[in-house]
Design a binder for this molecule. Structure first.
Ligand code: GAL
Length: 718
């Protein structure tokens, strides 16, 4: 070889080693049905899935079709450089990406640059949020999860590599109107600040299937107790036992549903930092009080944060386990250490759970930087401040959920931080931000992240706003008024007291439906409240139609291409389109197939954009053709274990109907050992045109809590 040739060869090798030499294709291994994993480099010992400790629900995954690895494996690459892993996943033209956690303003993530960081929500979708879950879903029907408790940077279809095979045309800004400051990018790129990382890919074939697999892989979604789906009021911070008694009595006097009451910081002798012990001046006899409430069917949920006051009975025992920095001068226990988790858990158990407290609201585990420990903080387990920040919310959910699980009692609580892997932990995220519109967008986004979210109602400027917020809350995972500061009651706006009550009653009436939908979250992974993009028949790539969409010619095609963030699905069959204060009407995009008005049963439209003016008393709700909605008579409280419930099953539309109704004791984990039943509700059309209704009976020895059944044909004329 002559010198010139050698020179060129060395140049090429040199180029390859700096530019592409380290880019490699990961090797994928199937670890569960439809779930693929790769291990890149040397991952951290600790990660999101370890923090959550969930066990995949293989029985659920087994039932799903497996279309195979959803991407070209040679297009997925990684490099490890300077202690960081760079990941690259391909994107196709027109492909849309959802997810990356609990965002509040946007649903489409393509084009975003994010840094996933557990934090309070600061008003921008920049990756800092209560649950910055490193999981994304494509409308092409697959999901990707990065299992790292790290601040992960994401360029979601925003960066353009020089060697991209889909390199866009370079344009001249001076002369070309098509010049773009954000040229086309063909990849999702992520940077994980670690020497290695585990990554998972979830098969589809639909985006909903990928989400279902993600949830099932994380243990299946949580199944709340029935009472958790009832109505809940959180009282003012410093309420005494007597004031809580009065509150419960007022609910009863108003005949307003109430299943659980939330006590805010004042139940503790000191907070914040917290003692995790009762304040005896406000609650002189905690055990007696909790029992008295329970005897009236009222459960208690207690606010806390995990930061330990010097006056707490567990301050000394926890001393070896504190991190280097404090939060509001409270010590931060390293609850990744089992002894520390046990000391805290025992305090909660002995002082509260054993006397009948039903759950917790775990506050302040999200942010923000001025409150929480800084990134240089150290913890006795050796976990980094970053790892603790990304997982503290999960750890404390798990710690408290386990206390209840050991006692075979279900709980349902609130938390302000979560992350990937926690789908099966029975907690609903809330926050201090209070935009009704953005709360609905968060509800849509929660379905891409394996978390639940409540658009809590706290207070309002007007009666109209109050009613509109209550309407949304009644179609969410937790129907809650959080009056910790305002003291607002459901009836605080007398002008709309009746309408507010009607909504709460509707929530109670829908209990058999919502409970069955949560069972589907658990056993099948389907989020009970979800974005329209997970709904079959609603897609942004309706190629033929959407290509030349023109709002006048084809409003539906245009509407589905737009970011749809103000309407959502509640369970299998209901489409909810909340009204916001000041609106008298709104547009609703009905997916393909016929849809019917929930209240009247009248035909509403099919694959089209409609305008509704529902009046103040109603939140627009639409029902799929053929849907069966099992409802009960509204009660002030959810049915207790073994209580027989009469059902009215509503049938909507013209199609035959099939619905799977779930039943169990509603309170324990016996369902994990098979103590549950699914029944088939059916409406069939006979040859003579008449319809026939039927309900299958529960298997012998399985839960059977149905009383009398009646059927109601909602769509009488079509
Ligand atoms: C906030 C929380 C509120 C309320 C309050 C009590 O951090 O978000 O919902 O619980 O603390 O001090």
């Amino acid at each position: 070889m002559n010198n010139i040739k050698l020179f060129f060869l060395l140049c090429i090798l040199g180029f390859l080693s700096t530019e592409t030499g380290f880019a490699q294709n990961p090797k994928w291994e199937k670890v569960a049905p439809g779930v693929w994993k790769t291990i890149i480099g040397t991952p951290d010992d600790y990660n999101l899935l370890k923090a959550a400790g969930s066990i995949p629900l293989i029985s659920g995954l087994d039932k799903m079709a497996q279309p195979g690895f959803p991407l070209s494996q040679d297009k997925i690459t990684f490099r490890i450089n300077e202690g960081k892993v760079a990941l690259r996943f391909p994107l196709q033209k027109e492909e849309q990406i959802f997810g990356f956690g609990l965002n509040f303003q946007t649903i489409f993530q393509r084009g975003k640059v994010l840094e996933l960081h557990v934090d309070h929500y600061g008003g921008k979708d920049n990756g800092r949020t209560h649950a910055p879950v490193p999981f994304y879903v494509s409308d092409r029907g697959y999901g990707v999860f990065v299992n790292a408790a790290r601040y992960i940077k994401v360029w979601c279809g925003s960066a353009v590599r020089a060697d991209s095979p889909a390199f866009p045309e370079v344009r001249d800004r001076n002369t070309d109107k098509k010049w773009s400051s954000r040229p086309y990018s063909d990849a999702v790129e992520m940077l994980v600040p670690a020497n290695g990382v585990e990554v998972y890919v979830f098969e589809g074939p639909t985006a909903l299937d990928a989400v279902r697999r993600f949830n099932l892989f994380n243990g299946g979604g949580c199944l709340p107790p029935r009472w958790g789906l009832g109505f809940t009021q959180r009282v003012k911070s410093l309420y005494t036992a007597d004031e809580v008694r009065n509150e419960v009595k007022a609910f009863n006097d108003h005949q307003f549903p109430l299943d659980f009451i939330g006590l805010e910081p004042g139940w503790q002798s000191k907070s914040y930092p917290c003692t995790f012990d009762w304040d005896k001046s406000r609650y002189p006899d905690p055990a007696g009080f909790v029992k008295e409430m329970k005897d009236q069917g009222i459960r208690l949920n207690l606010w806390t944060n995990p930061y330990v006051s010097p006056e707490s009975p567990i301050y000394e025992p926890l001393k070896p386990f504190y991190g280097s920095h404090t939060v509001w001068l409270g010590q931060v226990p390293d609850i990744t250490i089992p002894e520390a988790a046990e000391i805290l858990g025992n305090q909660l158990l002995k002082s509260q759970v054993e006397i009948g407290v039903s759950g917790y609201k775990i506050d302040e585990v999200d942010g923000y930087d001025f409150y929480l420990w800084p990134d240089m903080a150290t913890f006795p387990s050796g976990k980094s401040a970053e790892q603790m920040r990304q997982t503290y919310g999960i750890l404390i959910q798990k710690l408290t959920a386990d206390i209840y699980h050991h006692r075979n009692e279900r709980t349902y609580g609130l938390v302000r931080a979560s992350n990937g892997g926690a789908s099966n932990l029975p907690y609903v995220i809330y926050n201090d931000y209070y935009s009704h519109e953005d709360f609905i967008t968060a509800l849509c986004n929660s379905s891409f992240a394996g978390v639940l979210w409540t658009p809590e109602a706290r207070n309002s400027k007007t009666a109209e706003e109050w009613l509109r917020r209550i309407q949304s809350v009644c179609f969410s995972p937790m129907a809650m008024i959080n009056a910790w500061s305002s003291g607002t009651k459901p009836w605080s706006f007398p002008e709309v007291e009746k309408e507010v009550k009607d909504m709460a009653n509707l929530r109670m009436a829908l209990m058999p439906y919502f409970y069955s939908e949560f069972a589907k979250y658990h056993f099948e992974g389907t989020p009970p409240f979800r974005a329209m993009y997970l709904e079959p028949g609603f897609t942004i790539r309706r190629t033929e139609q959407a290509g030349s969409a023109d709002l006048n010619e084809n409003p539906y095609a245009e509407a589905v291409r737009k970011e749809m963030k103000d309407q959502y699905m509640a369970g299998e069959n209901l489409l909810v389109a909340p009204m916001f204060s000041g609106q008298t009407g709104r547009k609703v995009v009905l997916p393909e197939g016929k849809w019917f008005d929930f209240y009247t049963g009248k035909y509403a439209g099919a694959g089209e954009v409609i305008t509704v003016e529902p009046g103040l008393a109603y939140i627009p709700v639409f029902v799929k053709d053929g849907a069966l909605i099992p409802m009960m008579k509204p009660q002030l409280q959810a049915p207790k274990a073994g209580e027989k419930v009469d059902l009215e099953i509503r049938h909507y539309g013209t199609k035959e109907g099939l619905y799977r109704l779930y039943d169990d004791d509603g309170e324990t984990f016996d369902y994990e050992n098979g103590a549950y039943s699914w029944r088939e509700l059916k409406v069939e059309t006979l040859k003579n045109g008449k319809s026939k209704t039927s309900i299958s009976s529960a298997e012998k020895g399985k839960p059977d809590n149905l009383g009398t059944i009646s059927w109601k044909e909602m769509t009488t004329a079509f």
